[in-house]
Design a protein around this ligand. Sequence first.
Ligand code: SF4
Length: 224
Amino acid sequence: MSYSSKSPWVIHYDASSCNGCDIEVLASLTPLFDVERFGIINTGNPKHADVFLVTGSVNERNITTLQQIYEQMLEPKVVIACGICACTGGVFKECYNTLGGVDVAIPVDVYAPGCAIRPEAIIDAVVRGLGVLEQKRQALAAGELKPILLPEGVSAADKLLNGTSLRSQAQQATLDAIAGVSQTPAGTSVQAARGKKIAKGASARTAQTTESTENASASTEDKE
Ligand code: SF4
């Protein structure tokens, strides 16, 4: 077993969590759960980290940061989606600016659902991630691990909005099996979904505007 498996360093990023899952990540570092006893250390430097813990859903503002952190981490590396928001978008899934779970931006190795995810589940996910990390380390040593190239720079969101997803069919099946969470139907582009939301938002705004216009005319009539 390698040093990285014995003493994995973890970097945590709050994508757009409600802070519930972040508190649980912090709880897992406190003496009660004490992940450091497994050699796990929380680092702020992506270049030092083996495991990327992400909480919260991905939106158009944080997708670039998420991808930059991922790309700065050296291979082998493992990504863990902590909490249902990171797995699928969760309660934020239908928000106008939400693109989805972490796997719309970067490949995810371990899905750890929960709302909020419990510290025990985080520790379990990290341990599962260590198994993947070891497999990747061996593949890297054998020259079989090819880096996954992410969509580039500012065009990343555009590509994703056009329906590109880094979620494999196997990952999708796993997610479908988890708590029966409903997913975006295969082939439905995120852009189409967003289009509907924008349309919904636009019609809500139009209704609001009409109402305010009517109120304004009513008050003008009152004055007259
Ligand atoms: S999974 Fe629940 S607790 Fe965690 S970020 Fe989402 S809403 Fe908050």
